[in-house]
Write a protein that binds this ligand. Structure first.
Ligand code: OAD
Length: 249
């Protein structure tokens, strides 16, 4: 693939030099260059090939728990086989360069953490964790009875991935911290997200209402594009490392 060179506008370079609290919201696009499929890209997106209502809702799980468990097991295997890309690494390096830095992700793949990022706010859970469908508590071990899905060792209920499904609410602490950071920051980067899924998509809007500068990094336009102060149109793995070079060490 050929990428035109990324130019960072002087006004953004100035902003990067003076920002005190930077918030970054990431979506599936940040992991695309690692080989993790996004959701809504035509052809390659998961929701172009699977129906969310069959796989990512509590009623889908009630209807066919084995199908849902196996679909997530397949996604878990994909994630285990890939590695963080330059976008994840650039975000890890950015952390120490600002007085305050908050990394919020909608991704469930854990790639930010594998790239060394700490205190990542996971809005939609993590595919590598498992919880009890009955009790809604995280379970780390269960007897291998061959059941799919496996059974909760405490209550015998079905085990499910610890991710947020459609029709479910976000983890309370995660969305509360994400909102507070978004309202308090002076620079907000929206990276690799289509900004169509709420409440995550409200975070850049909250930041903007509170006076922050909004930067979008995405090869495609999104509903946020017309509201962003700066749009860096390109793949995150190319744009973020260039952006990092403009952040004073
Ligand atoms: P989407 O699949 O909706 O959007 C991915 C975005 O990444 C698109 O806007 C692409 O243009 C962009 N993109 C693709 N490749 C990129 C690259 N190399 N660099 C930067 N951007 C790139 O994914 P999300 O916005 O993350 O929810 O979707 C939000 C939520 O919808 C997900 O968290 C998931 C899904 O249903 C749950 O699982 C609860």
């Amino acid at each position: 693939m050929h990428h035109p060179c990324v130019t960072i506008p002087a006004a953004l370079v100035e902003k990067l030099a003076t920002a005190r609290h930077v918030v970054v919201l990431t979506g599936a696009g940040v992991s695309a260059e690692s080989g993790v499929p996004t959701f809504r890209d035509a052809q390659t997106g998961l929701w172009a090939n699977f129906k969310p209502e069959d796989l990512a809702t509590p009623s889908a799980f009630r209807r066919d728990p084995k199908l849902v468990w196996e679909w997530y097991a397949w996604r878990r295997e994909t994630v285990a086989k890939v590695a963080p890309n330059p976008a994840h690494h650039a975000l890890t390096a950015m952390r120490g360069r600002f007085r305050q830095f908050t990394l919020i992700t909608q991704n469930v793949d854990g790639l930010h953490q594998r790239a060394g990022s700490e205190d990542v706010i996971e809005l939609h859970g993590n595919i590598t964790r498992t919880k009890c469908f009955q009790e809604d508590i995280v379970v780390t071990e269960w007897p291998d009875t061959g059941d799919l899905p496996p059974k909760c060792p405490r209550c015998g209920g079905l085990l499910r991935p610890d991710v947020v499904w459609f029709e479910e609410s976000l983890p309370e602490g995660a969305i509360a911290s994400a909102l507070a950071a978004s309202r308090a920051c002076d620079l907000f980067l929206s990276v690799g997200t289509s900004t169509v899924v709420y409440p995550a998509a409200s975070l850049p809007l909250e930041a903007r209402d509170a006076g922050a500068t909004i930067v979008e990094i995405n090869p495609q336009p999104t509903p946020l594009t017309p509201k962003a102060d700066f749009v860096l149109s390109g793949p995150a793995g190319v744009v973020l490392p260039v952006l990092l070079k403009h952040v004073p060490a």
